[in-house]
Design a protein around this ligand. Structure first.
Ligand code: PMP
Length: 454
């Protein structure tokens, strides 16, 4: 038996209520979850409540949370400042069917903070990236969109391509095959995607130039966070900026994850100015809100009756109130800097344990987010991510959960989020538990080596 099997057996013993909820839930909902990413073996953890950096499961166990809802609550669960803003707004109405008289305040904050000329609010990362692509296509009169292998932009046809392609289907690393990531996509639409390797500017240029006259947009996560945490190589983002200019394509930064993890997003870090930016997740402290914004000429082209941008819950007052409180009162430069420092301390703690315990892994991250990759090869793109030992990651994750720490969001392609609510004690506790788990990992590594020696 390996670490994973051993820990799954413990998980089953610890979480009988989650197992029971699963049995009931799946009678009404396939796999018992409403987002496929929550489905895990042997069954999902069901949660009853959360506050600050704690989360309680259906069995009443308390966990120290570093998933923070896949990075959607960088302000901490049930942040009192955000709760107050939402409560006050709820008493004044949750939705009007008209534009709220205060919505412009949030739009102004977004424009000033993220250097956008104009902005449009919506609800999810998925809808906002879909709008961004539509705006780019409408503005340029072209249809093809270049995306990067391993980047995720939401579950819609245009971009649900080459998210996690298998070795059998992915093709040439420098000219990847566009692999649909779901059945049921409209082939004509998914087929308009061009797929390039992240961090390989030369290959990207060749692929983009091949479609030159029909390239509407280049979209990317400036720091890919759907294959762990990958940093753009020096010059890569600048190169994409030049390439988009050369080809007349719209450069889109998908900042759904990065937007609320760095004070002024990726541009503040790398000083590259894209044409459009997309935000979601942490923008409103855990309430549904997303945004797309950028160049005035592109955004002003979204003329009613000409380019569709619509949604009943777009700029919903609860999300707007939460967003305004989050950005102006919680995610201040100072608080984010402090959380970033704690994140760096967590990464350092991990790196020390990895070295001391000789864990076959490396730690990658920056500020509030980081991850452990169970590989010895730096992860710079999808192909290098594929060297990650996924089973080992699940063993680590389950072992951490069984010891009361949710170490990061669910999946070896995810990362931890150190929120503004985390303390040094939380980080120290996380590292302490990781050290215990690392001993377990080392125990099984030792066993493996003996088997090989025999
Ligand atoms: N873009 C990125 C970079 C994401 O990580 C995600 C979600 N993980 C999305 C877009 C989609 O956001 P949502 O789940 O809110 O639709």
């Amino acid at each position: 038996m390996g670490l994973l099997e051993e820990e799954v057996a413990v998980f089953r013993r610890r979480t009988p209520r989650s197992a029971r909820v699963f049995d009931i839930a799946r009678r009404y909902t396939p796999f018992g979850v409403h987002s496929n990413y929550r489905h895990v073996d042997p069954y999902p953890l069901y949660v009853s409540r959360a506050r600050g950096t704690s989360i309680w499961d259906a069995d009443g166990h308390r966990y120290l949370d570093f998933s923070m809802a896949f990075g959607a609550v960088v302000v901490g669960h049930a942040n009192p400042v955000v709760v107050r803003a939402v409560r006050e707004q709820a008493a004044r109405g949750s939705i009007f069917g008209f534009e709220g008289a205060d919505t412009y305040r949030l739009a102004r904050v977004l424009c000033e903070r993220f250097r956008l000329d104009r902005v449009k609010l919506s609800v999810t990362g998925m809808d906002a990236t879909q709008f961004a692509v539509r705006f780019a296509r409408a503005f340029t009169g072209r249809s093809r969109v270049l995306k990067f292998e391993g980047c995720y932009h939401g579950s819609h046809d245009s971009l649900l391509v080459s998210i996690k392609p298998s070795r059998e289907r992915e093709g040439d690393p420098r000219r990847p095959t566009a692999v649909p990531a779901s059945k049921g996509l409209v082939p004509e639409l998914a087929g308009r995607a061009l797929v390039a390797p992240f961090n390989d500017l030369e290959a990207t240029e060749a692929i983009a130039r091949g479609a030159a006259g029909d390239l509407a947009a280049i979209i990317l996560e400036p720091i890919p966070m759907n294959m762990g945490v990958v940093l753009p190589a020096p010059g890569f983002l600048e190169g994409l900026r030049r390439l988009a200019d050369e080809l007349g394509a719209i450069l889109i930064f998908d900042e759904v994850k990065t937007g609320a993890k760095f004070y002024d997003g990726a541009e503040g870090l790398f000083h590259v100015h894209p044409d459009l930016k997309v935000f979601g997740k942490g923008l409103a402290g855990g309430y549904p809100l997303a945004a797309v914004g950028g160049r005035a000429d592109v955004m002003e082209a979204v003329v009613p009756g000409v380019i569709s941008h619509a949604g009943t819950y777009n700029s919903n007052p609860l999300g707007v109130a939460a967003g305004l409180a989050t950005l102006t009162k919680v995610l201040t430069r100072q608080k984010m800097r402090a959380a970033g420092r704690l994140g760096d301390a967590l990464a350092k703690g991990y790196a020390d344990v990895v070295e001391d315990r000789k864990v076959p892994a490396l730690v990658q991250g920056l500020g509030m987010s980081g991850t452990i990759h169970f590989t010895r090869q730096p992860v710079v793109d999808w192909r290098s991510f594929q060297s990650v030992d996924v089973a080992k990651w699940w063993g680590y994750y389950t072992a951490m959960m069984n010891r009361g720490v949710i170490p990061m969001a669910t999946g070896p392609d995810e990362q931890w989020t150190v929120s503004t609510a985390h303390t040094r004690r939380d980080v120290d506790r996380h590292v302490e538990v990781f050290d215990e788990v690392a001993k377990e990992i080392a125990r099984f590594e030792g066993a493996m080596e003996m088997v090989e020696a025999i």
